[in-house]
Design a protein around this ligand. Sequence first.
Ligand code: COA
Ligand code: ZN
Length: 327
Amino acid sequence: MKTGNGTRLFLNEVATRDGFQMESRFIPTDDKIALIDRLSRLGYAKIEVTSFTSAKAIPALRDGEEVMQRIARRPGVVYTALVPNVRGAERALESRIDEFNIVMSVSETHNLANLRMTREQSFAQLTDVIALAKQAGVPINVSLSCVFGCPMEGEVPPAVVQGWIDRFAALEVQGVTLCDTTGMAFPTQVQALCEAVLARHPAMGWTAHFHNTRGMGLANAVAAVEAGIRRLDMSLGGIGGCPYAPGATGNVATEDVAHMLQCMGYDTGMDLDGLIAAAAELEALVQHGLSGQVSRAGHRLTRHAPPADFNDIVSRARERRQKEPQP
Ligand code: COA
Ligand code: ZN
């Protein structure tokens, strides 16, 4: 394992999309906006604000337009949203989005379950979306679900993943996100796939997106960064998950990833204390405990007071030492 040596990494927050889509309580629009405005000041490269999906499929994000319109956009932060089809792209354009995060799954079964289309039908929709985005001069990122495995199909062969990446690369998209939708990825697999795709498409803007379903999220993030990935998706407090992927749980927690990478010497640009405070606010909003660790434990050098009877312990230790026979 290497030290970060000041290497700049770019952190993307997905709590308000990947996270809120999975919450049973509808987060009020004003609260979503206040949280995004707070997050905008913490050093993120990108915030995935919402998704422009069908309100039947994702009722939690039915207020996408209003949220996009009312947030205070901070220069330097890219405000993106998930777009599954042409209708979503039209809504995103009306909302003056900075980037389209178009989505499909490399697993046929997950794509049908999540987007109600075959992969080819999704690709045809997304080809039209890309044409729309190009006309409007809006950059495109493609989030590919299940690239490290599908909860219904099992292994997805790397050649299948590469095939879809090649087809989107041929349409000249700016970025691709490798999504581990249900935490099936493990570090050596991440390293191998990331190295392979980077070697094949070195000019692509690569992002990795890990769910922590099996506790491998942090290790996978390190593996991706060491393979050369410089952008990571993550979710404040570790909330998140795809409602149409069986067994899905939250993303790797932003505060945990940022803390780890900062300890390792990477330049994340993130305000860790600000993240911890924001996680406390998020916990109040979602009204349940969060899985992030660092928001509870604090930074590794957080110092705690010694026990209340510490002075007695020290005196007793001294007395014992005085009674010991001198050599
Ligand atoms: N935004 C808003 N409404 C949309 C929409 C969009 N992007 N796409 C379709 N709709 C509406 C249609 O207008 C139609 O409305 P109506 O019933 O009032 O006429 C209805 O949704 C059904 O449209 P259809 O094209 O038949 O969609 P579908 O039911 O086959 O669903 C998707 C396809 C892609 C829209 C839907 O599955 C979806 O939004 N999935 C997103 C899942 C997701 O975000 N998962 C987590 C992230 S990975
Ligand atoms: Zn996700």
